[in-house]
Design a protein around this ligand. Structure first.
Ligand code: ARG
Length: 584
C-alpha cells in the first residue's frame, strides 16, 4: 500500500527551507506525527526544529512551507495526494481520505491472515526462551507472565519473518533437587506423589524448609544428594527423573489449555554434561578465582559483583548452566538473537553471565537479550513457594473459564458451544490482561477487571470482532456478496469516507507499524493497545453508521471496512495468543 507518510516526508524534504536546515527525508519522516485533533489534519510536521537554522519563528516557517507546497511550480510531477495547511507552528496535511480507506481495506482483505506481517526478519533465526518453570514446584500465577509475554513475542517475530525457535528452559536441576530427594526419602510417599505430583512435592519442599530451620544438617544432606545426582548416582537420578516427568505432565495441562507450544524443553539438566567445558575455558582464560574452595568470576570492575561459578564441592550453579546454554545455542542454532523472557528480579543474573560471555571473547554476547517484566500480585498478597502460599495457574485458568460461563449466561450471550466459548473468552481474558500494560510494570491481578466486557479487556475486543463477523454474516444472508474477492474490489470509497470510517481505517492501516514496533521493542502490549483502539473505533463506526439498513455502494463500502476491521482485530489477537470467536 502507498505509504502516505513517506510521500509527505519526501515532499517536505524537497523544500528548500527544510534541506537548508539540514534535515533529510528520514529525519522528516521521523518527525511527522498524527495531530491530536483530527480536524486539524491527518499528518503534521512540527516546524520547531527548523527555527534555529532558519532564524525564523516556527509559525512563519509553517506558513511559508504551506504556500510553497501549494505553488504549482513545486509540483512538477503528479498532483499531490494531500493538501498542506499551516496551523500555528505546524504544517498539517490532509490526505485523500476516500483513497486512503480504499487502500487500507484492499490491503487488509487481500492479505487476510497475513495482514500486518512483513519479511524483515527473513533468513534470521531468533530463539525465544519463555515460561521455564521449576519442576516439582507449582506453575503459579507468577509464571504466567513469562509464558504469555514470551509466546506473544515468538508469534510477533514469526509474523515479521524470523525463524523462531521456542525454548522452555525448565528449572529441572540444582540444589533444590537435593532437598527434594532428602525430603522424599524422609517423609514422602509414592502414592501421594502419584495421586497429585506437584501438590505432594511442594508439600515436601515446604516441610523440608521448616525442618531445616530446626536442623540445619538437613541442608548439608541435601547438598550431598545433589552432588550424587550430578555424579549420576542411580537412585538419585531415578528419583529426579520421576519428579521431572510427573511435573511436566502437570505443566502440559496448562500449556494445552492456553494454546502455548515449544520447540524444545531443553532445561537446565540438559547442560549438566556441557558445563565442565565452559568452566575449563573460564579457567584457561584466567577469569576464575578461587574463594574458599569455590570458583568465582570477579565482576566488581563492571559494578556487577562476583559471580559464583562452582561451589566448594565442585557442584555447578544456575549461572553456570546459563553460560553453557548460551554457548550451546550459538553452536547449535547459530542464532541472530537469543531472547530471554524472564522476570526483572533476575536482572543482575543476566547482566553477569552476558558480561562473562563477553569476557570469554564471544562477540555475540550482545545478541543475548534479557527481556524483563514486572511482578504480578494477587489482590490478597504476594506468593512464595517456600511458605506454600501459592496460587496455581491451572486453578486461575479453570476459574476464569467458570466465571466466564457465568457471565455469558447472565448476559445471555449467544454461542455455538457454551463450553468452548467460555474457554476461548476466559483464557483470552487472562492472556489479554497480562499483555495489557507495558511488560515492565508491576500489576495486581483483579478478576473484575479481567472479565469486564466493557473495559479495555480481551472480552471487549473479542466482542468487537464477533460483532463484525455478525454484520458480515447477516449481509451474506441478505444475499450480498461479502467474499474477500468482492469486497477487495471496491475502489471508490467516496460514498463512505465519514469521520468514523476514516478513523477506523487509519487504525487498521497502522497495524503493520504496530507489529514491527512491538517486535523491535519486544513489547506485545503495543499490539494489545492497538487492537483495543481498533475495537473501540469499530464500535464508534458501528454505532454512527447504519450498515445493514443502508443500501448500494455506501453499504458495500461499509461492509468492506467491517471486513478489514475484523481481519485486523483477528490478526492482532492471534499474535497475542488470544482466539477470536465468530459469535459472542
Ligand atoms: N526457572 C527459572 C525460574 O523459575 C527461570 C529460568 C529463566 N531462564 C534462564 N535461562 N535463566 O525462576
Amino acid at each position: 500500500m502507498k505509504d502516505y507518510k513517506r510521500e509527505i516526508a519526501s515532499r517536505v524534504a524537497s523544500l528548500e527551507a527544510v534541506s537548508s536546515a539540514g534535515l533529510g527525508e528520514q529525519d522528516v519522516y521521523d518527525i511527522i506525527e498524527a495531530p491530536q485533533d483530527t480536524g486539524l489534519g491527518d499528518y503534521a510536521f512540527p516546524c520547531f526544529r527548523l527555527a534555529k537554522a532558519l532564524k525564523k519563528a516556527p509559525p512563519a516557517i509553517a506558513a511559508e512551507a504551506a504556500e510553497a507546497l501549494a505553488a504549482p511550480a513545486d509540483l512538477p510531477h503528479a498532483p499531490a495526494a494531500f493538501r498542506a495547511r499551516a496551523t500555528g507552528a505546524y504544517l498539517n496535511f490532509f490526505i485523500d481520505r476516500a483513497a486512503y480507506c480504499a487502500d487500507v481495506v484492499q490491503e487488509a482483505i487481500v492479505q487476510g491472515a497475513r495482514y500486518g506481517s512483513s519479511g524483515i526478519g527473513m533468513g534470521r533465526r531468533a530463539i525465544v526462551e519463555y515460561s521455564s518453570p521449576n519442576i516439582a514446584k507449582p506453575f503459579h500465577i507468577g509464571h504466567i507472565r513469562s509464558t504469555v509475554i514470551g509466546s506473544a513475542i515468538g508469534n510477533i517475530l514469526g509474523f515479521l519473518g524470523y525463524e523462531v525457535v521456542r525454548i522452555n528452559h525448565l528449572g529441572d536441576y540444582g540444589t533444590q533437587f537435593g532437598k527434594l530427594i532428602v525430603a522424599y526419602r524422609r517423609f514422602g510417599s509414592r502414592e501421594e506423589v502419584e495421586a497429585s505430583p506437584i501438590t505432594a512435592l511442594l508439600k515436601y519442599y515446604v516441610e523440608f524448609h521448616k525442618r531445616a530451620e530446626q536442623d540445619p544438617s538437613l541442608n548439608e544432606e541435601a547438598r550431598l544428594a545433589f552432588a550424587a545426582l550430578e555424579r549420576g548416582e542411580e537412585e538419585e537420578r531415578a528419583l529426579w527423573e520421576w519428579f521431572r516427568e510427573e511435573s511436566l505432565k502437570e505443566f502440559t495441562v496448562v500449556y494445552e489449555l492456553m494454546g502455548i507450544r515449544f520447540d524444545s524443553f531443553a532445561g537446565e539438566s540438559f547442560y549438566s554434561d556441557k558445563m565442565a567445558h565452559v568452566v575449563g575455558e573460564l579457567e584457561q582464560d584466567g577469569l576464575l578465582e578461587s574463594s574458599e574452595g569455590a570458583k568465582i568470576v570477579d565482576l566488581d570492575a563492571y559494578g556487577l559483583g562476583k559471580a559464583l561459578i562452582t561451589k566448594s564441592d565442585g557442584s555447578t550453579l544456575y549461572i553456570t548452566r546459563d553460560i553453557a546454554a548460551a554457548v550451546y545455542r550459538k553452536e547449535h542454532y547459530g542464532f541472530y538473537k537469543n531472547i530471554y523472557v524472564v522476570a526483572s528480579q533476575q536482572d543482575l543474573h543476566f547482566r553477569q553471565w552476558i558480561k562473562i560471555l563477553e569476557l570469554m571473547g564471544r562477540d555475540w554476547a550482545s545478541d543475548c537479550v534479557h527481556v524483563p517484566f514486572g511482578l504480578v500480585r494477587l489482590e490478597d498478597g504476594a506468593m512464595s513457594t517456600r511458605t506454600g502460599n501459592v496460587v496455581f495457574l491451572e486453578d486461575v485458568l479453570t476459574q476464569a473459564i467458570e466465571k466466564t460461563k457465568a457471565v455469558i449466561e447472565e448476559k445471555g450471550v449467544v454461542t455455538d458451544n457454551a463450553d468452548e466459548a467460555a474457554r476461548q473468552i476466559g483464557i483470552g481474558a487472562v492472556i489479554f490482561q497480562e499483555l495489557h500494560n507495558n511488560r515492565i510494570k508491576d500489576y495486581v491481578f483483579n478478576w473484575d477487571k479481567v472479565l469486564n466486557f466493557e473495559g479495555e479487556t480481551g472480552p471487549y475486543v473479542q466482542y468487537g470482532h464477533a460483532r463484525a463477523a455478525s454484520v458480515l454474516r447477516k449481509a451474506a444472508e441478505k444475499g450480498i456478496d461479502t467474499s474477500p474477492g468482492a469486497l477487495a474490489g471496491i475502489r471508490d470509497f467516496s460514498a463512505g469516507a465519514s469521520d468514523a470510517a476514516f478513523a477506523l481505517a487509519r487504525l487498521i492501516g497502522g497495524l503493520p507499524a504496530a507489529v514491527s514496533e512491538a517486535g523491535e521493542k519486544y513489547e506485545p502490549s503495543l499490539i494489545t493497545r492497538h487492537v483495543t483502539d481498533i475495537a473501540q473505533a469499530f464500535s464508534v463506526f458501528y454505532h454512527d453508521e447504519p450498515i445493514l439498513s443502508d443500501e448500494g455502494d455506501s453499504r458495500l463500502v461499509k461492509l468492506a471496512l467491517t471486513a478489514a476491521a475484523k481481519t485486523a482485530i483477528q490478526n492482532g489477537l492471534a499474535l497475542l495468543g488470544v482466539s477470536a470467536p465468530e459469535r459472542m
